[in-house]
Design a protein around this ligand. Sequence first.
Ligand code: PHE
Length: 335
Amino acid sequence: MQPDIQALEAEIKEFEISSPEDLEAFRLKYLSRKGVIPELLGSIGQAPKEKRAELGQQLNALKKLAQSRFDEKKQEFESGSARYAAATDDITLPPAPAPVGSLHPLTQAMSEIKTIFMRMGFTIADGPELEDDFHNFTALNFPPEHPARDMQDTFFVRKNEEDPSEDQVLRTHTSPVQIRLMKEHPPPLRAIMPGRVYRNESITAKSYCLFHQVEGLAVDTDISFAELKETLILFTREMFGSDTAYRIRPSYFPFTEPSLEMDIWWGSKKGGQWLEVLGAGMVHPNVLKSVDLDPQEFTGFAFGMGVERLTMLWYGIDDIRLFYDNDVRFLEQFH
Ligand code: PHE
């Protein structure tokens, strides 16, 4: 009797193999010593002589087909069971929680500061960290060769080895953004300008070579010193609560006149101290002139606050260096 090769081929292709048990049944049926294919191969001798060669070829092709289906499924089941074996003993246990990060405390404080000022009607602007002498000093009424330029320990950046007059600076404060803003937008202006600043200071618990400021600027035809004070006091109450102790002292900056500084009381178990958090004042007439605004027509106030100082007060952190160590044990506390 001639085996129906085509029917067998279809059978092998369609044999349902969805478990290791099915696979074993498949092997027994077609490939094992007593299986269909080896049996047929063994009986070639009984076929008519002229058909033997062709039959042999067909049966070998079938055997190959069955073997490759077998190998393929076997591999599939084995990799599946390898995964199964590698799982922990109780696969019904919920997975270990993935650690979730959190915003850096400075980022959190910064966004609180922005929110408060936005509620007061301030917009947000920014400017470059690599500044030129004009924006960082000259336009802000620092006279050439004036010691005030050294007051802020500046990092200079040499652009052209041959020409030191092209030197740039890492901005020592965010005040240069005032200049850029006034040049871009005619008053009325009311904006804050958050950003990084750099100073070549020795690193201590209270100072670092880089830190953040939020600059503020309001320019219009009738901006008063009273409005400046009111803005700063309202900010302090919003950020730290209405019973926070603060004080305002006269101070000096080349770009404001009159100028002030504000301190907030930092209470601790050992006692307490005043912590300086910002400088401010009425925009100096020379600054208005440097951006072609008429000081007879316009007045303005400006302030610059230290974000690290505010964050230290906000969270009770006593060492500024912690912000830059990126020790996860520290950062984890600010979820
Ligand atoms: N730029 C000053 C500083 O960095 C702060 C300041 C800003 C003072 C605006 C007055 C007005 O110390």
